[in-house]
Design a protein around this ligand. Sequence first.
Ligand SMILES: [Mn+2]
Length: 405
Amino acid sequence: MKELLLNFKNPTIIHHYDTDGISSATILYDFLISNGIEPKLLCMKGLNRFNIDQIKDINEKILVDLGTHYANVLKDAIIIDHHKPSVNASNLINAHYLNFDGSIEISSSGLVHFITGNKPEIGLVGAVGDRQWPFIGYNKRLLEKVLLEKKIYSKTDLTLYGKFNRPLFSMLSYFFRDFLLDYRQAIKFLEDLEIKQKDGERWRSYSDLNPEEKEILIKAIIEKAYFMDMDIQDIYNEIYYLNYGGLYNYIDIEELSTIINSVGRQGKSNVGIDILKGNEKALVQGIEISKIQQRKLVNALRYAEENLLEFDKFNVLDGRNVIDSSIIGIVTSMINKSTTIGIAKEENYLKISIRSNTYDVSELISKIVKEMDAEGGGHTRAGGLVIEEDRLEKFLDIIKKLLEK
Ligand SMILES: [Mn+2]
């Protein structure tokens, strides 16, 4: 399979804009460069009938983390992907055809490592980005390998984002919705625990706390999560630290994954690739960009709180022209209580996100796809589809009919 990639002269790597897509692109890019091939890079939010024409004419395409369903349309491309295939094609290298379960045990970046033998630790960053948790099957083998090679070490700790580089109240705000909407509550929470939040002018982060302070904080966070009916495993769990070197030394791969995801969603995937190549300046830039992303998220959540349309069996968040399509899925997840439909506008189509605790979303989506010839897919609790804007009303009618049955 490796040889297939080395036959290219001037390839373009086309990759998805999330952590797994950027991780896959990094492993592949580095592999080609070290074999004397200089690829171009193209990042995409997704591939569908509305944008497939944009890439049809590109020569020597290698698609990573997207394209499985277009393998027969893009016959000249090599496609490396882990999404469940609906077609069989000789140009498609899909995890499921290699006897891996691509939905739980290997991501695209793991697969690119499998093919090239390059950068196993980045293969795990992609798996974390795709929430393939806990590591099983191939991901577990990867983990054992990088633990042995001392590229990663593990420890049980808080899982929250911002342990290294964010003030304590920010770290808490990223996790608890009430704190996100009003950060003063997070400051008060810390005051009540009598944890010193500032060192002179500088805000302290979790990594600045001494062991006793950490213990007090962890206990309080777990208690709060318990009362909010959140999963404790999401908060306190095995953490994997990547040996990054330089100023940051070791960085939590979950945290790294969040930063990479943010830069990708802000249209700065090149920064993400540089971060994964070990460029410390890019990492500093990535941390700044992820702060912007976080602010966008707060604004979107406030909008959602005030503008949610409530129907009998479901809610609709119409985020057209307000909420960025890159975060509509996250926002819809965060506000969902039973079933929520999030809507955002892409260039020339709509992106719809569906989250539900009461219906099987993948089943729901396949019914919609059949009924109105739309395009989409998903899992039990989350999924999405794309449709033309002028068919929104029809879509909502169908949803209503299906959910009220
Ligand atoms: Mn993926």
